[in-house]
Ligand binder design. Structure first.
Ligand code: FES
Ligand code: FES
Length: 132
């Protein structure tokens, strides 16, 4: 399978790998798994509590190259975004940017689920969880 240059770039030079210190109140964590393949992704956001803007992000992915590339891209995209803007990110935008083939679409869904879960976690911690 031929991967796009952007996938290869994010796979070989993943951005923002790692995690924030435990107990940091300004961090939201999303941990999700992909039923299709059993891969796991952890994505964290660091939020300015005054502005609600995401200032930094980290990820760890125990998954395929497309999952690594998707999460790397998302950690770059969400910086400077509000929580709601970040939660509105669609996997189709990720898949399009990375030109993912159809069999790898679920890897971008994993990244969408992870950022949504991180935003939800932050909001819950700060008593602003949305009613679903
Ligand atoms: Fe693991 Fe797709 S095969 S997430
Ligand atoms: Fe499972 Fe990509 S995340 S194959």
């Amino acid at each position: 399978m031929a991967y796009s240059e952007k996938v290869v770039d994010h796979y070989e030079n993943p951005r923002n790998v790692g995690s924030f210190e435990k107990g940091d109140d300004s961090v939201g964590t999303g941990m999700v798994g992909a039923p299709a393949c059993g891969d796991v992704m952890k994505l964290q956001i660091k939020v300015n509590p005054l502005t609600g803007v995401i200032e930094d992000a980290r990820f760890k992915t125990y998954g395929c190259g497309s999952a690594i590339a998707s999460s790397s891209l998302v950690t770059e995209w969400v910086k400077g975004k509000t929580l709601d803007e970040a939660a509105a990110l669609k996997n189709s935008q990720i898949a399009e940017e990375l030109a993912l083939p159809p069999v790898k679409i679920h890897c971008s869904i994993l990244a969408e689920d992870a950022i949504k879960a991180a935003v939800h976690d932050y909001k819950q911690k700060h008593g602003a969880a949305q009613v679903h």
